[in-house]
Design a protein around this ligand. Structure first.
Ligand code: GAR
Length: 192
């Protein structure tokens, strides 16, 4: 059985979609949700879906006190960042090299510090882009910088505001992300 740990800071719709996708899997299980925001929607979702959640502080994140041991306890084969907004530190990447992130734009466009959630869609509309999409990529210690694994695209029309773009991106994420996670896990297993 492969262990998946998800990091999320917000509503958690991607986390929930991934948990549901693997709910009946004999090969993959979501063992925990790690969250840095007290009261985030993802914590309620985890509870409803019977997945343990671990809340951690900025101090934990910086020092590694508690969190490194907690993470080791879950023995993740893959860590998935699904709307997680802090930089993933070298310290953890050295221990857990298999970390992927989903970004709601076609990287390298509209990435980097401060580019998350609605900020991304607002920037896409302001730049009069005619398409946008999602990128799943390997995580490095820089924002949105690692090698891309998967992209999917959608059109942006002149009528689309940032909310319309957000809806299109949400659809793409729901459609593709769990399957991409599954493929990455298969690749990791093959190379092991
Ligand atoms: C998703 O759209 C994800 O791509 C984005 O945050 C949203 C989280 O939604 N991530 C970033 O912007 C990272 N830079 P969710 O909490 O409902 O899954």
């Amino acid at each position: 059985m492969k262990n998946l740990v998800i990091f999320a800071s917000g509503s958690g719709s991607n986390a929930e979609n991934i948990i549901r996708y693997f709910a009946d899997s004999k090969d993959v299980t979501v063992v925990a949700i790690f969250c840095n925001v007290a009261g985030a929607g993802v914590i309620d979702r985890a509870e409803r879906l019977n997945v343990p959640s671990e809340l951690f502080s900025r101090e934990d994140w910086k020092t590694g006190h508690h969190i490194d041991d907690q993470l080791s306890h879950y023995n993740p084969d893959l860590i998935v960042l699904a709307g997680f907004l802090w930089l993933f530190p070298e310290r953890l990447l050295a221990k857990f090299p298999h970390v992927i992130n989903i970004h709601p734009a076609l990287l390298p466009k509209f990435g980097g510090k401060g580019m998350f959630g609605m900020h991304v869609h607002e920037a896409v509309v302001a730049a009069h882009e005619t398409e946008t999409g999602i990128t799943v990529h390997w995580v490095t210690a820089k924002y949105d910088d690692g090698a891309p694994i998967f992209q999917a695209r959608c059109a942006v029309t002149a009528q689309d505001d940032a909310h319309a773009v957000a809806n299109k991106i949400h659809e793409l994420e729901m459609m593709h992300f769990p399957r991409v996670v599954e493929e990455v896990l298969k690749d990791i297993a093959q190379k092991a």
